[in-house]
Write a protein that binds this ligand. Structure first.
Ligand SMILES: NC(=O)c1ccc[n+]([C@@H]2O[C@H](COP(=O)([O-])OP(=O)(O)OC[C@H]3O[C@@H](n4cnc5c(N)ncnc54)[C@H](OP(=O)(O)O)[C@@H]3O)[C@@H](O)[C@H]2O)c1
Length: 327
């Protein structure tokens, strides 16, 4: 990364209250960036509570065109990171997915047109590929869910709009991200909480393979995607390239916790649209951006476990959006 690149940079971040967005905001603030965090009026800000006094909050909604125009006019951003999305938590109907992830992206892009942006960074998803191993960016895209299709639509809209309006864009496709502040209903935090309480962990048979990547590594990729001159107009996977079975992740977390909890594989059914293999090829990000994952799975899990232990006193539900007890 270029030393000093972010100092004083005006950066507009959508999804700033979310899992990845909050990590990105914290890193940008630490690097001296002037962050404009685009938040909905009801967005919880606990994930960025430690840096909130060093961030400019911009209230709005991807559905509210005026708020986007106002936000971009106030921020006059040099870079936009578009991380806001519906469907990472499975609580959305299909229409909402398309409205937020496709239409919302278009509306943000419209607000940015003509603003002299240095870069528009789109947070895509490995789900755009559908199922497969060693998925490279050149792979045909074959989404198997409406969430995945809506993320792909957001990517395609970004590419087409930016082409027409001469906006420099980058698309980043994280694989399965884990780390502090991931919502507690997701596999790793859920296993940690159950493991800490010594309760059985009810899971599917767990034969699915995923490419787990620690959140700090993903944020490294986001920063490089924002600053590297060769990134413009390209799409990059952010993944380790190492597929791991869900059942192995559960066992490893419980081992690291030295927990008496038992994993009960097969207690839950697979999803109707389950993907059994998904891992990526990270050679493009390595060669063009000089990016590499810094954390092994073991290191990433250890850090994640330590962080969740700090909020364990609050319980699985209470820990969803609160600050750790030990800070
Ligand atoms: N987590 C992963 O493993 C993963 C993997 C691949 C790709 N991604 C992509 O990375 C991005 C961030 O994911 P995440 O895990 O951080 O998701 P997340 O925790 O669910 O955060 C989603 C963010 O989007 C905001 N948002 C939703 N609807 C909005 C709207 N109508 N207007 C404005 N903001 C809205 C949410 O605001 P509220 O706080 O108000 O709800 C929240 O800040 C997403 O684009 C996702 O597709 C994530």
């Amino acid at each position: 990364m270029q030393v000093g690149y972010w100092a004083g940079r005006r950066v507009f971040v959508t999804g700033a209250s979310g899992f990845l967005g909050s990590h990105l905001v914290r890193r940008l603030v630490g690097l001296g960036g002037h962050v404009f965090a685009f938040l909905r009026p009801a967005s919880e800000t606990q994930r960025i509570a430690d840096v909130i006094d060093r961030v400019t909050l911009v209230e709005g909604d991807l559905f509210d065109v005026k708020s986007l125009e106002r936000g971009v006019a106030v921020a006059r951003p040099e870079l936009v990171y578009h991380l806001a999305a519906a469907g990472v938590a499975p609580d959305c109907d299909d229409e909402q997915l398309v409205r937020v992830n496709a239409m919302g992206t278009l509306q943000l892009l419209r607000a940015c047109a003509g603003s002299g942006l240095l870069r528009f960074v789109y947070a895509g998803s490995c789900f755009e590929y559908g199922e497969g191993s060693d998925l490279a960016e050149s792979q045909p895209l074959a989404p198997t869910s409406v969430y995945a299709a809506s993320k792909l639509a957001g990517h395609a809209i970004t590419q087409a709009f930016c082409h027409r309006h001469s906006l420099p864009w980058v698309s980043l496709r994280p694989f399965t991200v884990y780390g502090p502040w991931e919502r507690t209903s997701r596999l790793i935090p859920h296993t940690i909480f159950r493991g800490l309480k010594g309760e059985d962990v009810l899971v599917t048979p767990g034969e699915q393979e995923r490419d787990y990547i620690f959140v700090d590594d993903v944020i490294d990729g986001f920063l490089l995607g924002g600053e590297h001159p060769a990134a413009i107009g390209r799409t990059f996977n952010l993944c380790t390239g190492q597929p791991v079975k869900v059942r192995d992740i559960v066992c490893q977390v419980l081992d690291l916790l030295d927990s008496r909890s038992r994993p009960v594989f097969g207690a839950l059914p697979y999803r109707a649209d389950e993907m059994f293999r998904q891992s990526g090829d990270n050679r493009l990000a390595r060669s063009v951006l000089g990016w590499a994952a810094r954390y092994s799975l073991l290191e990433g899990l250890r850090l994640t476990i330590e962080w969740y232990k700090g909020i364990a006193c609050l319980g699985e539900q209470g820990g969803e959006m609160v600050r750790p007890c030990r800070e």
